[in-house]
Design a protein around this ligand. Structure first.
Ligand code: ADP
Length: 175
Protein backbone atom coordinates (compact mmCIF):
# COMPACT_ATOMS: atom_id res chain seq x y z
CA UNK A 1 0.00 0.00 0.00
CA UNK A 2 1.19 3.49 -0.74
CA UNK A 3 2.68 5.42 2.14
CA UNK A 4 0.34 8.12 3.41
CA UNK A 5 2.08 11.37 4.07
CA UNK A 6 1.31 13.62 7.01
CA UNK A 7 -1.86 15.62 6.30
CA UNK A 8 -0.07 18.86 7.23
CA UNK A 9 1.98 18.54 4.01
CA UNK A 10 0.68 20.28 0.88
CA UNK A 11 2.18 21.25 -2.47
CA UNK A 12 1.54 24.47 -4.33
CA UNK A 13 2.83 25.80 -7.62
CA UNK A 14 3.89 29.43 -7.58
CA UNK A 15 6.34 32.03 -6.33
CA UNK A 16 7.42 31.59 -2.70
CA UNK A 17 7.86 35.36 -2.25
CA UNK A 18 4.10 35.86 -2.54
CA UNK A 19 3.01 33.56 0.28
CA UNK A 20 1.63 34.90 3.54
CA UNK A 21 2.88 32.31 5.99
CA UNK A 22 4.96 32.34 9.19
CA UNK A 23 8.23 31.33 7.53
CA UNK A 24 9.54 30.86 4.02
CA UNK A 25 12.75 28.95 3.42
CA UNK A 26 15.47 30.42 1.25
CA UNK A 27 17.77 28.09 -0.72
CA UNK A 28 20.78 30.31 -0.09
CA UNK A 29 24.51 29.88 -0.61
CA UNK A 30 26.97 29.62 2.27
CA UNK A 31 27.81 33.34 2.27
CA UNK A 32 24.13 34.24 2.84
CA UNK A 33 24.89 37.35 0.80
CA UNK A 34 22.41 36.68 -1.97
CA UNK A 35 22.49 34.86 -5.28
CA UNK A 36 20.28 33.86 -8.17
CA UNK A 37 17.15 31.74 -8.34
CA UNK A 38 14.89 31.74 -5.32
CA UNK A 39 17.56 33.53 -3.25
CA UNK A 40 17.59 36.49 -5.66
CA UNK A 41 13.80 36.62 -5.73
CA UNK A 42 13.58 36.61 -1.92
CA UNK A 43 16.16 39.39 -1.53
CA UNK A 44 14.48 41.52 -4.21
CA UNK A 45 11.08 41.20 -2.56
CA UNK A 46 12.31 41.58 1.01
CA UNK A 47 14.31 44.72 0.25
CA UNK A 48 17.86 45.76 1.21
CA UNK A 49 17.38 45.26 4.95
CA UNK A 50 17.48 41.51 4.40
CA UNK A 51 21.02 41.68 3.02
CA UNK A 52 22.07 44.00 5.86
CA UNK A 53 20.78 41.46 8.37
CA UNK A 54 22.32 38.50 6.55
CA UNK A 55 25.72 40.24 6.68
CA UNK A 56 25.65 39.93 10.46
CA UNK A 57 25.10 36.15 10.44
CA UNK A 58 28.61 35.06 9.42
CA UNK A 59 27.43 32.73 6.69
CA UNK A 60 25.89 29.28 7.06
CA UNK A 61 27.27 25.77 6.60
CA UNK A 62 25.83 23.35 4.08
CA UNK A 63 22.93 21.52 5.74
CA UNK A 64 22.41 24.18 8.40
CA UNK A 65 19.77 26.93 8.68
CA UNK A 66 19.48 30.43 10.19
CA UNK A 67 16.43 32.68 10.56
CA UNK A 68 15.95 36.38 9.90
CA UNK A 69 13.00 38.74 9.72
CA UNK A 70 11.26 38.87 6.35
CA UNK A 71 11.06 42.68 6.00
CA UNK A 72 8.85 43.59 3.02
CA UNK A 73 7.82 40.01 2.30
CA UNK A 74 4.34 38.90 3.38
CA UNK A 75 5.92 36.13 5.49
CA UNK A 76 7.04 36.80 9.09
CA UNK A 77 10.44 35.11 8.84
CA UNK A 78 12.93 33.84 6.30
CA UNK A 79 14.81 30.68 7.23
CA UNK A 80 17.99 30.57 5.16
CA UNK A 81 19.41 27.13 4.48
CA UNK A 82 22.30 25.98 2.32
CA UNK A 83 21.70 22.91 0.19
CA UNK A 84 24.49 20.73 -1.15
CA UNK A 85 25.88 21.22 -4.63
CA UNK A 86 25.23 17.90 -6.39
CA UNK A 87 28.52 16.23 -7.30
CA UNK A 88 27.34 12.78 -8.37
CA UNK A 89 25.86 11.54 -5.11
CA UNK A 90 28.90 10.17 -3.26
CA UNK A 91 29.68 13.37 -1.36
CA UNK A 92 26.98 12.95 1.31
CA UNK A 93 24.61 15.10 -0.71
CA UNK A 94 21.56 13.11 0.46
CA UNK A 95 22.48 13.51 4.15
CA UNK A 96 23.16 17.20 3.68
CA UNK A 97 19.90 17.80 1.84
CA UNK A 98 17.94 15.94 4.53
CA UNK A 99 19.77 18.03 7.13
CA UNK A 100 18.52 21.24 5.47
CA UNK A 101 14.90 20.18 5.93
CA UNK A 102 15.54 18.97 9.49
CA UNK A 103 17.38 22.12 10.55
CA UNK A 104 14.72 24.37 9.00
CA UNK A 105 12.02 22.64 11.03
CA UNK A 106 14.14 22.92 14.18
CA UNK A 107 14.66 26.63 13.56
CA UNK A 108 10.93 27.05 12.87
CA UNK A 109 10.21 25.52 16.28
CA UNK A 110 12.78 27.79 17.94
CA UNK A 111 11.24 30.97 16.49
CA UNK A 112 7.66 29.83 16.97
CA UNK A 113 6.81 29.60 13.28
CA UNK A 114 3.84 27.26 12.90
CA UNK A 115 3.55 27.32 9.13
CA UNK A 116 6.51 26.99 6.80
CA UNK A 117 7.02 26.99 3.03
CA UNK A 118 9.97 25.23 1.37
CA UNK A 119 11.31 25.68 -2.14
CA UNK A 120 12.84 22.66 -3.90
CA UNK A 121 16.26 23.08 -2.25
CA UNK A 122 19.33 22.26 -4.41
CA UNK A 123 17.29 21.35 -7.52
CA UNK A 124 18.11 24.54 -9.44
CA UNK A 125 21.64 25.79 -9.96
CA UNK A 126 22.94 23.23 -7.42
CA UNK A 127 21.91 20.43 -9.79
CA UNK A 128 20.35 17.85 -7.46
CA UNK A 129 18.33 15.35 -9.56
CA UNK A 130 14.70 16.32 -9.04
CA UNK A 131 13.15 12.91 -8.24
CA UNK A 132 15.81 12.12 -5.63
CA UNK A 133 15.66 15.57 -4.05
CA UNK A 134 11.87 15.42 -3.93
CA UNK A 135 11.86 12.03 -2.23
CA UNK A 136 14.34 13.27 0.38
CA UNK A 137 12.31 16.45 0.98
CA UNK A 138 9.03 14.63 1.49
CA UNK A 139 10.36 11.68 3.51
CA UNK A 140 12.47 13.84 5.79
CA UNK A 141 9.71 16.32 6.56
CA UNK A 142 7.10 13.59 6.93
CA UNK A 143 9.28 11.68 9.39
CA UNK A 144 9.99 14.75 11.49
CA UNK A 145 6.37 15.92 11.50
CA UNK A 146 5.43 12.59 13.07
CA UNK A 147 7.38 13.73 16.15
CA UNK A 148 5.97 17.30 16.27
CA UNK A 149 2.45 18.08 17.54
CA UNK A 150 0.04 20.05 15.34
CA UNK A 151 0.04 22.98 17.75
CA UNK A 152 3.73 23.53 17.07
CA UNK A 153 3.83 22.97 13.30
CA UNK A 154 0.43 23.16 11.62
CA UNK A 155 1.36 23.38 7.94
CA UNK A 156 4.28 22.64 5.62
CA UNK A 157 3.92 23.80 2.02
CA UNK A 158 6.25 22.58 -0.71
CA UNK A 159 6.37 25.42 -3.19
CA UNK A 160 7.01 24.33 -6.76
CA UNK A 161 8.07 27.12 -9.08
CA UNK A 162 7.42 25.15 -12.25
CA UNK A 163 5.12 22.36 -13.40
CA UNK A 164 7.94 19.82 -13.65
CA UNK A 165 8.68 20.28 -9.96
CA UNK A 166 4.99 20.08 -9.05
CA UNK A 167 4.74 16.80 -10.97
CA UNK A 168 7.75 15.38 -9.12
CA UNK A 169 6.09 16.11 -5.76
CA UNK A 170 2.68 14.83 -6.85
CA UNK A 171 4.24 11.63 -8.21
CA UNK A 172 5.55 10.79 -4.77
CA UNK A 173 2.64 12.12 -2.73
CA UNK A 174 -0.19 10.51 -4.66
CA UNK A 175 1.21 7.37 -6.31
P1 ADP B 1 19.74 25.90 -5.51
O1 ADP B 1 20.99 26.73 -5.67
O2 ADP B 1 19.55 25.41 -4.08
O3 ADP B 1 19.64 24.82 -6.54
P2 ADP B 1 17.81 27.59 -6.96
O4 ADP B 1 17.21 28.87 -6.51
O5 ADP B 1 18.69 27.62 -8.18
O6 ADP B 1 18.55 26.96 -5.69
O7 ADP B 1 16.65 26.55 -7.26
C1 ADP B 1 15.91 25.89 -6.25
C2 ADP B 1 14.46 25.77 -6.68
O8 ADP B 1 13.80 27.02 -6.47
C3 ADP B 1 14.26 25.43 -8.16
O9 ADP B 1 13.21 24.47 -8.24
C4 ADP B 1 13.79 26.75 -8.75
O10 ADP B 1 12.95 26.55 -9.87
C5 ADP B 1 13.00 27.31 -7.60
N1 ADP B 1 12.68 28.74 -7.60
C6 ADP B 1 13.28 29.76 -8.25
N2 ADP B 1 12.66 30.92 -7.99
C7 ADP B 1 11.63 30.62 -7.13
C8 ADP B 1 10.60 31.37 -6.50
N3 ADP B 1 10.49 32.69 -6.67
N4 ADP B 1 9.72 30.71 -5.70
C9 ADP B 1 9.81 29.38 -5.50
N5 ADP B 1 10.76 28.61 -6.06
C10 ADP B 1 11.65 29.23 -6.88
Amino acid sequence: MAHRFDSRITVWQGDITTIKINAIVNAANSTLLGGGGVDGAIHRSAGPQLLETCKTLGGCSTGDAKATAAFRLPADFVIHTVGPVYRGGAAEEAEKLASCYRRCLEVALEIGAHSIAFPAISTGVYGYPLPDATRIALKTVDGILATIPNERISSVVFVCFDFKTLQAYEDILYH
